[in-house]
Design a protein around this ligand. Structure first.
Ligand SMILES: NC(=O)c1ccc[n+]([C@@H]2O[C@H](COP(=O)([O-])OP(=O)(O)OC[C@H]3O[C@@H](n4cnc5c(N)ncnc54)[C@H](OP(=O)(O)O)[C@@H]3O)[C@@H](O)[C@H]2O)c1
Length: 213
């Protein structure tokens, strides 16, 4: 897919991997609809539009999809990048943390994909990317809220690919590796090269059953 001129809705565009992806998209001439909890950190991106949406409430995800569609007419690419990591033993579960992890990491991506995949399939063109975490999603001690929500995101990705992948919509999970951000301060790689890899997969236009990295 040629990204120049395409409308790309990117969540979590304010920091970390999302910010690097946002900058790379703008450099390629994409019409970026950048979202985060507040718009202030998005103002200097050169995005076509900026959107505040707290994805801890999936109702806001639906409103975000509709706001971006209204602003741009359609959405060509959805990148579900926003994520929260809560480290917690399951024996010490705090319901509010588990709930927020699932809302942000899987339920809001579910709602965004559900609202936007149909129009893409009708047009016969589009792409949907979910930021997955295969290092932890099979299960990781002490990371219950994060690992279990990312496992559900794997299922969402593969179910969505089966439903719309044959209709011209490229669906894949992107595994960024171990990237130095607020979410992973001990990460090994800077976000810039990771963003370039993600966009290269989008440009190649292929979906995938296994996460791309
Ligand atoms: N870093 C890694 O090594 C790594 C590895 C595997 C997967 N990932 C995945 O990659 C994605 C990006 O991670 P990152 O490392 O770049 O994290 P990060 O630096 O902590 O950035 C997280 C982003 O998500 C947004 N976000 C968090 N809570 C939100 C909410 N309630 N509503 C809307 N947006 C919210 C943040 O927006 P605000 O600025 O508005 O809070 C921010 O833009 C995540 O899905 C993560 O699970 C990362």
């Amino acid at each position: 897919m040629e990204l120049n001129g395409k409308v790309v809705l990117l969540t979590g565009a304010s920091r970390g991997i999302g910010r690097a992806v946002a900058e790379a998209l703008v450099a390629r001439g994409a019409r970026l609809a950048a979202a985060a909890t507040t718009t202030q950190p998005l103002e200097d991106l050169g995005a076509a539009s900026v959107h505040a949406a707290d994805l801890a409430d999936p109702a806001n995800a639906l409103a975000l999809a509709e706001e971006v569609e209204a602003a741009h007419g359609q959405v060509d690419v959805l990148i579900n990048n926003a994520g929260v990591r809560v480290d917690q033993l399951i024996t010490h579960a705090e319901l509010a943390d588990v709930d927020r992890s699932f809302q942000v990491n899987v339920l809001s991506p579910y709602v965004l994909a559900g609202r936007l995949a149909g129009p893409m399939a009708e047009r016969g063109e589009g792409a949907m990317v979910n930021l997955v975490a295969p290092m932890v999603s099979p299960g990781r001690r002490g990371m219950g809220p994060y690992a279990t929500s990312k496992a559900a995101l794997d299922s969402l990705t593969n179910t969505l690919r089966q439903e719309v992948g044959g209709k011209g919509v490229a669906v894949f999970g992107f595994d960024p590796g171990w990237v130095r951000t607020d979410l992973a301060p001990d990460g090994q790689e800077e976000p810039g090269p990771v963003a370039e890899r993600l966009l290269a997969h989008l440009e190649a236009g292929k979906g995938s059953r296994t996460p791309l990295s």
